[in-house]
Design a protein around this ligand. Structure first.
Ligand code: PLP
Length: 357
């Protein structure tokens, strides 16, 4: 606390990201990074970009990236917004599109950055409980008489549950709220979900946000994007250009373009993660864990006889880090990122050992 602070700062509760410990030989399964690294072509492009022009400002519109994304996802560049990680895209969306008289609706168990942005931008929120199986209930997001959402946001698959809402349910929510923006945060959709990008041409109130951090294994580069109707994109551009008109640097633009253009690597590396996930799910089930159905690059699991915080601490003693949230309803779950096969075998062996003791 300091008397020099602006008043708003006193009331902020910042987001706490998963830790990034600086230790060797760690099995790091706590922040949903992709284990295989980015396309080699992305690394080459970043390297090439270092030698030809860091002296110059980057393209403020990142046109090369918008064009590459437009080709890949069959939309126009005017339907695309890019930012420094999807967290920044989300921040601009909260400011530009989600701040209304009526409250913003999102699930009670969801990405914990949403309530943080509500605090920063002074947005009233209404949290809607997931059902007993930790699934989003579509009907809960439709107008109930006079009660309607100012806007709606949820991840699909949801985080940290990993549960996927089918595209038909997304469409019901978007179609059922024609006066409200619906943001679908698809940070994990490439690991087995069906993207709502297919709906953006039909619904002017739908904004889909994706990131290069998870499925493209470029968390360190900080690139995310949104796709929606040109009017929604214009709102995001207005906010961004009132804040920082050069969000993506030259290296990020170069690496992201090359990543988008290397579809074979992308598809193949995601497929490997999904195959590993299916093995881990059955291995943990064999150890007695309840594992929620996951369409993401992580799983959310609890053991009926073992305390989650203690399990996480025991794993940590064995240099394996997973994520545990001290939060109502989910304090007995562990969120475990899908790493390489070898990392996941180490995890399963450690849990077997811990459960036997
Ligand atoms: C990881 C994540 C993001 C943010 O990713 P960036 O690295 O900022 O692109 C956004 N939403 C959800 C649900 C996430 O899990």
């Amino acid at each position: 606390m300091s008397r020099y602070w602006s008043a708003v700062v006193h009331g902020l509760t910042p987001y706490v990201p998963g830790e990034q410990p600086k230790l060797d030989n760690l099995v790091k399964l706590n922040t949903n990074e992709h284990p295989y690294g980015p396309s080699p072509r992305a690394l080459e492009a970043i390297h090439a970009a270092t030698s030809d022009g860091l002296r110059l400002y980057p393209d403020p519109n990142a046109d090369a990236l918008k064009q590459a994304l437009a080709r890949r996802y069959k939309v126009t560049p005017e339907q695309i917004f890019v930012g420094n990680g999807s967290d920044e895209v989300l921040a601009h969306a909260f400011m530009a599109l989600l701040r209304h008289e009526r409250p913003l609706w999102f699930p009670d168990i969801t990405y914990s950055f949403y309530p943080v942005y509500c605090g920063l931008y002074d947005i009233a929120a209404r949290t809607i409980p997931l059902d007993a199986d930790f699934a989003i209930r579509t009907e809960d997001y439709l107008p109930q008489g006079e009660e309607r959402a100012g806007a709606i946001i949820f991840p699909n698959p949801n985080a940290p549950t990993g549960r996927l809402l089918p595209l038909a349910d997304i469409e019901r929510i978007v179609a059922g709220n024609p006066d409200a923006v619906v943001v679908v945060d698809e940070a994990y959709v490439d690991f087995g979900g069906e993207s709502a990008l297919a709906l953006v041409d039909r619904y002017p109130n739908l904004l889909v946000i994706q990131t290069f951090s998870k499925s493209r294994s470029l968390a360190g580069l900080r690139v995310g994007f949104a796709v929606g109707h040109a009017a929604l994109i214009e709102a995001l551009e207005r906010v961004k250009n009132s804040f920082n008109s050069y969000p993506l640097d030259r290296l990020a633009i170069a690496g992201a373009v090359a990543s988008v253009e290397d579809d074979d690597y992308f598809v193949d590396s995601c497929r490997k993660v999904v195959a590993t996930r299916e093995r881990v799910v059955s291995d943990l089930a064999a150890l007695g864990f309840d594992v929620l159905p996951s369409a993401a690059n992580f799983i959310f699991a609890r053991h009926p006889q073992r305390d989650a915080a203690e399990l996480a601490a025991s794993l940590r003693q064995r240099a394996i880090i997973v994520r545990h949230f001290r939060q109502p309803r989910i304090e007995q779950f562990l969120r475990i990122t899908i790493g390489t096969d070898a990392q996941c075998q180490t995890l399963v062996a450690a849990l077997k050992d811990i459960l036997a003791s």
